[in-house]
Design a protein around this ligand. Structure first.
Ligand code: IMP
Ligand code: MG
Length: 179
């Protein structure tokens, strides 16, 4: 795995710091609310696991699985629900937890769909943001870091289902996906 990484962007320690700060802010903002964290599988699972432990107020969690990517590095624009939420959203304060906001199409679709289930509020928390690549009008309420327009892997992010278990985030060598 290591030999496919061009450059390490965020070390394990740096990521810890980012997540700690986000957890503190979210805990303050959601005090007295009915926080439900929704992890968009699978990319956000590592971030979610760390973020929920950095949150100091009561919260529930749920998971949703969608697919829009296939094995390429660009979004297909078609979002398919593979696993829906188990929890009733009525009156809940939803925080959608994503690994990376790229074109924005995935979260745009999910947010619209979930807003029809009458939650009290919906916000977006993404670990990484690639604002240069946005093709729909969507912004994150919370983000960990803005990343350059390169394909990154690790800490949950994959290429073709690999590299999710790297404890750091790095840029994947283009020759890996140009092959
Ligand atoms: P969007 O719909 O284009 O915003 O796609 C967001 C999804 O694309 C993320 O949840 C990731 O699964 C995937 N993605 C986008 N950019 C990257 C990247 O640089 N590395 C790994 N996955 C990415
Ligand atoms: Mg993903």
């Amino acid at each position: 795995m290591e030999q496919d990484i061009q450059e390490v962007l965020y070390s394990r320690e740096y990521l810890e710091g980012i997540v700690e700060k986000l957890g503190r802010r979210i805990s303050e903002d959601y005090r007295g609310k009915d926080l439900l964290m929704v992890s968009i599988l699978k990319g956000s699972v590592v971030f979610m696991a760390d973020l929920m432990r950095a949150i100091t107020i009561p919260c529930s969690i749920d998971f949703m699985s969608v697919s829009s990517y296939g094995s390429g590095t660009k979004t297909s624009g078609v979002v398919k629900i593979i696993k829906d939420l188990d929890i009733n959203l009525e009156g809940r304060d939803l925080l959608l937890v994503e690994d990376i906001l790229d074109s924005g199409m995935t979260l745009h679709y999910i947010r619209d769909m979930l807003s029809q289930r009458h939650p009290n509020s919906i916000r977006i928390c993404t670990l990484f943001d690639k604002p240069e690549r946005r093709s729909v009008d969507i912004t994150a309420d919370y983000f960990g870091a803005v990343v350059p327009d390169a394909f990154i892997v690790g800490y949950g992010l994959d290429y073709d289902e690999k590299y999710r278990n790297l404890p750091y985030v790095g840029i994947l060598k283009p020759e890996v996906y140009e092959k």
